[in-house]
Design a protein around this ligand. Structure first.
Ligand SMILES: [Zn+2]
Length: 134
C-alpha cells in the first residue's frame, strides 16, 4: 500500500504554507456576499479539522473578523484569501485554489446560491442550496 502524502497548500508568496494531515472534505462553492467580496468571486473551500493543520509558515497570516460568528484568514503580503473559520467550531475551511495538482479534491456542492451574481452560471450537476446545506 502506498502511504498517503500529506497535502500542501500555500498562498502566492509562500508567506502562508500548510500541511494537512488526514482527509479533506469535498469542495463547496460558497456564493454568499461575504465570500464574493473577499475572494473577488465565489469561494471554493475544502475543509478539515483545525488540529490536522500543520503550519510550515504563517509569517504573513492575518485574520479579519467578518461577522460575530466567523473570521477569515488572509495573506497580508500577496493578498490571498486562505481560511474561513467559524470562531467556535473545531473545523476550518481552506481555499481549494491554494493546492497544487493533483489536488485529489472534487467539487460537489454550491451553497448560498441566493447571493450569486448574474455574470456566471451554476453547474446543474452539483448539489445546490439557496442558503446553507441544512
Ligand atoms: Zn502570500
Amino acid at each position: 500500500m502506498k502511504k498517503t502524502q500529506p497535502q500542501i497548500a500555500r498562498c502566492l508568496c509562500g508567506g502562508v504554507k500548510i500541511k494537512i494531515l488526514g482527509k479533506l472534505r469535498n469542495v463547496i462553492n460558497c456564493h454568499c456576499k461575504q465570500c464574493m467580496k473577499t475572494h473577488g468571486n465565489f469561494a471554493a473551500y475544502t475543509n478539515c479539522l483545525e488540529e490536522n493543520i500543520v503550519f510550515m509558515n504563517k509569517s504573513t497570516l492575518r485574520w479579519y473578523s467578518s461577522s460575530n460568528l466567523a473570521k477569515r484568514g488572509f495573506c497580508n503580503k500577496c493578498g490571498a484569501s486562505i481560511f474561513y473559520k467559524i470562531k467556535k467550531g473545531n473545523s476550518i475551511s481552506i481555499s481549494a485554489g491554494l493546492f497544487d495538482n493533483p489536488t485529489k479534491l472534487k467539487t460537489d456542492t454550491n451553497i448560498f446560491t441566493k447571493g450569486k451574481l448574474d455574470y456566471y452560471k451554476l453547474d446543474p450537476n452539483l448539489r445546490n442550496f439557496s442558503r446553507s446545506e441544512k
